[in-house]
Ligand binder design. Structure first.
Ligand code: SER
Length: 894
């Protein structure tokens, strides 16, 4: 059998080997884990965590995968070593309570020696300090002898996906690359940090679950999780020095060389800056392309920040190599070319990846341009090796959007430090300020009072999913100043806290209910009546804010709490429509769309989501139609409670970064949207009536907003549009359906008319020319005679005077003297011009203009054949006077 050499061949041989051992080949899971405790998928076992924990039943007892992984814990050293990558593929084999240590060990040996053909004499194994069983199995199942089976403690041979969760002792396989790769340490052996002994396969014996106190409890089943770094194995098989020299990576490095016009030497010396930069660009391009393909968009938090940081880091290293234009799209395109065949999601999202990379890079280059020059100035003002103030780093972050890790990096490169403590203080102060500015003063002062009330009575029971009016008891009253009081009198504002409430307090983007809280007899116009104008949640309490309209309300009184049902109905239609909108957006625009915020009120809804460009009219139309179809389908809307873990398995959408309780409420609309939601919704989709999008706009980088209306508001919206259309139709004397055709015809005819007018204008000026010529003055001199047009043409500017001269000359004039007011500036303008015949007979344009200039207190002059000039604005009468004088002179032949 030929040995697999390329990354693609190694990947395939691994999967096929374990398939032969009865494992099911499963596709790689997304880089976005279905697990709120993890930011990104960083190991092959991540998708199987619930199975290892016994929370989910496995569908098959054995599986094998090539899992895409992103790890950025050691981002700072990526590029400076040959082993670290932010993106890598992990070849994994898994047993879910099926085979255990013996098979895992025997098969790793079999694959290494028989499929990869690794020399058994170069292989070493390690086991966990106390794991005698594993050590013995290595001896039983393989030719390895005790001296080639090393024991290490927890740091090296105990594996866990995170601080909590499934874990267990592990056993690792090492390959000895030979003395050429060794360091100078005399005791260089397995476990040494140098490049000689490469750890290439980790066999984890999943035996325990670690809780938050660090306590280990045995897992229901003993399982196996093994992981082999594909790139590391490719480097061994291809006998190249580092991960960056393997077939796949080398092609990316080659493109980076081309883009940056540099050469890669493969050096890892501390000053090999070009090589380091090329490695960073090549590595980060893969993470960027894969993260976007899985729906991550650049942002300032969570995994969006990981993506942004990787992309920006690559761009900056490109700049260090002298590239000032955007280039990362070329790199990610290459990643797609090289890896799209195995990872189809890259091909499916080629355009999305290109669009996001281009937009983000452009934005960052802009930030860099401004930020870098600010930073350069700030550093230049420091003594050599000085410390940049926290205020300056904060200014860079806050005003220029310049990431602080970049400030730290650039400062360090120049031998400067940054006052990070002070920077953090500035950040904290800003957060404090932000908190202060968003809080509504009338609510902010209430803190302690509410906490006391909840201590005394517990949280309010919300009964309002299906009940809109109920009898309750007033537990506590808070006045306008935030103080606990016994009673609220007529016209006083304040808050009532009840034991039960049908009022939904504003949360999750849904507006709070309004309504009334009244004492017995209120319906007869007696008894107390408190109008609720807003409802909020605080410390678990439902707070009804409003004013006493009649009588007075005291603590411990029995009351009837009733919401404004009409308004609630409008709100819930909008809320259910918001879920459908989210679903439709992901369907039409792509699964990278995630909710970034929403507002659901009674008159409209607003939905903010992640996306990098304006939605096309076609996309909007498609979304609107899809929604209205689902409304017309009269789908059942079902809410049910389940555990958070279960909801994730049902594929329910949860908002990233939100903290959910163990029990969650799932809102399901037919077989379309499934989301976690505590809000109030319609019973069937048809209650929404109608859905219309009223606006789509950008609300920040990679963030868009859709505003929409439903039911009666949608009807009003459409009606208003229709009324406007009817008004236009009436004016046009057309039926509404013909308006478009009629307007098109009108526009065309208006265009024609304009053209005709232009022609008519030309004809009119021709007429003018003839009139002018009729009134021309003929001057006779001893040298001949000439005909001069002396006129004050209207509606002209200085530039037009020559044209007037051209037309009178063509019509037979020998000379002209034109004096008029510029139609635009009202200034006085004049021009004199003559043919050769006229100048030969004694006409001198320059002199004519000089005379006019003298008479108008203006300036001007020129040659005998052409002269012009100008003066300030003159009274029209004075202009005519001067013109008459000129005419008189001409007639007199002077
Ligand atoms: N989970 C282990 C690792 O990531 C083996 O797959 O190393």
């Amino acid at each position: 059998m030929t040995k697999p050499l390329t990354t693609a061949e190694i990947r395939e041989s691994f999967l096929a080997f374990f398939e032969n051992k009865g494992s099911k080949r499963l596709p790689s899971a997304s880089l976005i884990p279905n697990d709120p405790s993890l930011l990104l998928t960083a190991a092959g076992m991540v998708p199987f965590k619930p199975i290892f924990l016994g929370v989910k039943q496995p569908e098959v007892p054995r599986a094998t995968t090539a899992q895409k992984c992103v790890r950025t814990t050691d981002i700072d050293i990526i590029g400076s070593t040959g082993r670290h990558l932010s993106f890598f593929e992990m070849l994994g084999s898994f047993s879910f309570g099926d085979y255990f240590k013996r098979e895992a060990i025997a098969w790793s040996w079999e694959y290494s020696t028989e499929v990869l053909g690794l020399d058994p004499d170069r292989l070493w194994a390690t086991v966990y300090r106390d794991d005698d069983e594993a050590a013995q199995l290595w001896e039983e199942e393989t030719p390895l002898t005790a001296e080639r089976i090393k024991r290490f403690d927890e740091a090296d041979n105990f594996w866990a996906a995170g601080p909590t969760g499934p874990c267990g002792p592990c056993s690792e396989l090492f390959y000895d690359r030979g003395a050429d790769f060794a360091c100078d340490e005399p005791d260089c052996s397995v476990g040494c940090e140098c490049d000689r002994y490469v750890e290439y396969w980790n066999l984890v014996f999943m035996q325990y679950n670690r809780d938050e106190h660090g306590t280990l409890t045995p897992l229901p089943n003993q399982s196996i999780d093994t992981g082999m770094g594909l790139e590391r194995m490719a480097a061994i098989m291809q006998d190249v020095a580092s991960n960056f020299d393997i077939d796949l990576m080398r092609q990316l490095v080659a493109l980076a060389e081309k883009i940056t016009n540099t050469s890669y030497t493969g050096s890892f010396d501390a000053d090999a800056n070009t090589d380091t930069a090329l490695r960073i660009i090549s590595d980060h391009a893969r993470s960027v392309a894969f993260l976007i393909a899985d729906g991550v968009l650049p942002s300032n938090e969570g995994r969006g920040y990981v993506l942004r940081r990787l992309l920006r880091r690559a761009v900056r290293y490109g700049r260090l190599l002298g590239v000032s234009d955007p280039f990362m799209q070329q790199m990610t395109d290459k990643v797609i070319d090289l890896m799209g065949e195995h990872y189809q999601e890259l091909l499916a999202h080629r355009e999305l990846i290109a669009g996001i990379v281009a937009a983000e890079e452009e934005r960052f280059l802009q930030t860099l341009r401004t930020g870098l020059s600010y930073l350069a100035d700030a550093l230049a003002a420091l003594p050599q090796g000085g410390e940049l103030s926290g205020a300056a780093a904060f200014e860079l972050h806050d005003t220029y959007g310049f990431p602080v890790d970049l400030t730290l990096e650039i400062a360090a490169e120049g031998g400067y430090s940054v006052d990070s403590d002070s920077f953090e203080q500035h950040m904290d102060q800003q957060k404090e300020r932000a908190r202060g500015s968003v809080q509504d003063v009338s609510w902010s002062s209430f803190g302690g009072t509410h906490a006391d009330i909840v201590q005394e009575f517990g949280a309010t029971y919300f009964e309002g999913y299906n009940t809109y009016e109920l009898d309750a008891v007033v537990l506590a009253i808070v006045d306008q100043d935030g103080k606990r009081v016994k009673k609220l009198k007529k016209d006083q504002q304040g808050e009532l806290i009840l034991n039960y409430s049908p009022f939904y307090g504003e949360q999750g983007g849904q507006a709070g209910d309004t309504g009334s809280i009244s004492a017995a007899g209120a319906s007869n116009g007696k008894g107390a009546y408190f109008q609720v104008t807003d409802t909020r949640i605080k410390d678990g309490l439902i707070i009804h804010a409003g004013t006493v309209q009649r009588g007075s309300i005291a603590a411990s009184e029995s009351v009837t709490a009733a919401i404004d049902l009409k308004r609630r109905n409008l709100i819930r239609r909008n809320h259910t429509a918001t879920h459908l909108l989210h679903w439709a957006l992901r369907k039409v625009v792509g699964t990278h769309v995630t909710q970034a915020g929403s507002f659901v009120g009674d008159t409209r809804l607003r939905f903010d989501f992640t996306h990098f460009e304006r939605l096309t009219a076609q996309q909007l139309a498609e979304i609107e139609r899809l929604l209205n179809e689902k409304i017309a389908d009269d789908l059942p809307v079902r809410a049910f409670e389940t555990t958070y873990t279960e909801s994730r398995e049902l594929g329910v959408m949860a908002l990233f970064g939100e903290k959910y309780d163990e029990y969650v409420r799932v809102l399901e609309i037919g077989n379309t949207s499934k989301e976690l939601c505590g809000g109030t919704h319609v019973g069937r989709s048809s209650e929404i009536g109608l859905f219309k999008i009223t606006n789509e706009e950008s609300v920040g980088a990679n963030m868009r907003r859709i505003e929409a209306v439903t039911s009666i508001a949608a009807y009003d919206y459409v009606t208003t549009l229709q009324e406007e259309l009817l008004a236009v139709a009436t004016t046009l004397k057309a039926s509404p359906r013909d308006v478009h055709a009629k307007v098109t015809t009108l526009l065309e005819s208006s265009k024609k008319l304009k053209a005709q007018l232009k022609e008519g204008g030309a004809a009119a000026s021709k007429m003018d020319t003839e009139t002018l010529l009729d009134r021309a003055v003929v001057t006779k001199t001893s040298d001949g005679s000439y005909k001069t047009v002396i006129a004050s043409p209207e509606n002209v500017t200085a530039g037009d005077l020559r044209q007037v001269w051209d037309s009178v000359r063509q019509a037979g004039a020998d000379a002209c003297i034109l004096l008029t007011a510029d139609c635009a500036t009202k200034k006085t303008i004049y021009l004199a011009a003559a043919t050769d015949a006229a100048t030969n007979a004694g006409f001198h344009a320059g002199q004519q203009v000089q005379q006019i200039a003298a008479a108008t207190a203006g300036r001007g002059g020129g040659k005998p054949a052409m002269a012009q000039g100008g003066a300030d604005e003159l009274e029209p009468a004075r202009l005519q006077e001067i013109l008459a004088e000129v005419r008189a002179h001409c007639m007199a032949g002077s």
